[in-house]
Design a protein around this ligand. Structure first.
Ligand SMILES: [Zn+2]
Ligand SMILES: [Zn+2]
Length: 450
């Protein structure tokens, strides 16, 4: 398909002039990055700066025609001519490390030559989907060949976890971000991620917050409004927008819902979809085969994932992205419905980050950053999750009665630190020690708790 044809159901809006943004940003950013590089090289190992090298040359997230009316609420009518794309070539501000690791649990099974090649892709033709443990919120990293995307950016403070997941997959620049809806537990970390990983395209179904819109302008990101019926190409994988058909004004109901097909396996990403929108998604899915992996809507809220929806989607595996919270997510009733429907249920709270790898031939493997045990009982926290004291107060990850020691990380570093460490001068993000252990190593300078 040719990139210029503006599909129905999709509207493009070009970003602000790129040169201007670059001129304004460069000196300050360069200084910050230089400073960060100097600090980090001082004693805490190599840090991946996210100033892109433009090495990911694919970036071809293209939209194909959908079966919907022209986008309502789109900022511009679809036009027949392509809008200017940001140039993929930029001078790297800091040299990037060579991508190293292949995704855990990836099955490299010969790559059946579907055209998805990528310099940094460990398994040609494979698609990797990572449900990042961002505690109470959503963030999903997708890598399909050399195409790389992020669905939602977690709550504020989840940037290090997302960046660690991106770095682990060898991502150098994001091809696209998908913003399910504009709630803080989905967008809090996105402003930073967009600025640093400069996605070429952002797919949205509502109006980005001003901070996010500003970051997208600065990053030269093309914002694309999508509605039900729009088809998106994510490298070798394909995605279809199942909701919303139009905007109701309720962000959860208006969640952008995507069905992703990769190697014959299907993933359903639901945001916080609920009510009539969820029913509509269910009736679309009822006409197709069972969903292989369901991203359970709204962190397992009782108001989503109805029995009717489950009967329609028939998910084999369900992942609930959730952490300590005051809402009672995931509700035992919802977990119970999933289990009763025969789904294997995992939560990021109990299992940590959950990584699916689908080979080009459809073999799927799953790996976990914490426990590999699925949820067996419909109890609070998804059955045996690590309930900590923060859950009761909704205060998040404060140090608490149950051994919730807090340490600190920086936005780009690979170490965790004790409070007061000199490496925390550029950024200082709180993280529970138990979460830091798996993702970071202790700083050799400040010798934080282990
Ligand atoms: Zn929401
Ligand atoms: Zn949410």
């Amino acid at each position: 398909m040719t990139r210029g044809a503006a599909p129905r159901g999709v509207a493009r809006r070009s970003a602000a002039p790129r040169g201007m943004a670059a001129i304004v940003q460069t000196p300050a950013l360069a200084l910050v990055l230089l400073l960060a590089a100097v600090l980090l090289l001082g004693g805490c190992g190599s840090a991946a700066t996210k100033a892109g090298s433009g090495a990911d040359a694919s970036g071809s997230a293209a939209a194909t025609g959908g079966a919907t009316p022209a986008a309502s609420g789109a900022t511009e009518a679809p036009s027949a001519t392509p809008t200017a794309r940001p140039s993929p070539t930029r001078t790297p501000k800091t040299p990037r490390p060579t991508p190293s690791a292949t995704p855990p649990g990836s099955t490299t099974s010969g790559g059946a030559g579907n055209g998805a090649t990528g310099a940094s892709s460990g398994a040609s033709g494979a698609t990797t989907v990572v449900f990042v443990d961002v505690r109470q919120g959503d963030a999903v990293v997708i890598k399909a060949g050399s195409w790389t995307g992020l669905i939602d950016g977690g709550p504020s403070g989840s940037e290090p976890a997302i960046e660690a997941a991106l770095a682990k997959l060898g991502v150098r620049r994001l091809s696209a971000v998908v913003v399910s809806h504009m709630h803080a537990d989905h967008t809090g970390g996105l402003t930073h991620i967009v600025s640093e990983w400069r996605p070429r395209t952002a797919y949205v179904a509502g109006t980005p917050t001003s901070a996010l819109a500003g970051a997208m302008r600065g990053a030269g990101t093309t914002v694309v409004q999508v509605r039900r019926g729009a088809g998106l190409r994510f490298g070798a994988a394909r995605a279809e927008v199942l909701s919303p058909a139009g905007l109701s004004g309720d962000p959860n109901s208006d969640s952008l819902v995507l069905r992703l097909e990769a190697g014959g396996k299907s993933f359903l990403f639901t945001g916080d979809c609920t009510g009539p929108s969820e029913a509509a998604v269910g009736s679309i899915c009822a006409r197709g085969p069972p969903i292989d992996v369901l991203k359970v809507a709204h962190h397992g809220s009782r108001y989503s994932t109805s029995a009717t929806f489950l009967a329609a989607t028939r998910p084999r595996v369900a992942v609930i992205s959730v952490g300590p919270n005051s809402y009672g997510h995931p509700t035992p009733a919802t977990v119970g419905r999933l289990l009763a429907g025969g789904s294997r249920v995992y939560t990021t709270w109990k299992n940590g980050g959950v990584t699916f790898t689908v080979s080009a031939t459809g073999a799927m493997s799953i790996s976990f950053s914490r426990s590999s045990q699925p949820v067996k009982k419909a109890t609070a926290a998804g059955g045996g999750g690590q309930i900590d004291a923060g859950a009761a107060t909704g205060a998040g990850t404060s140090s608490g009665a149950s051994g919730g020691t807090i340490v600190y990380v920086t936005r780009t570093g690979e170490c965790y630190h004790a409070d007061g460490c000199r490496y925390l001068s550029s950024s200082r993000l709180r993280i529970a020690l138990k979460d830091a252990r798996g993702e970071y190593r202790p700083c050799s300078v400040c010798d934080p708790p282990r």
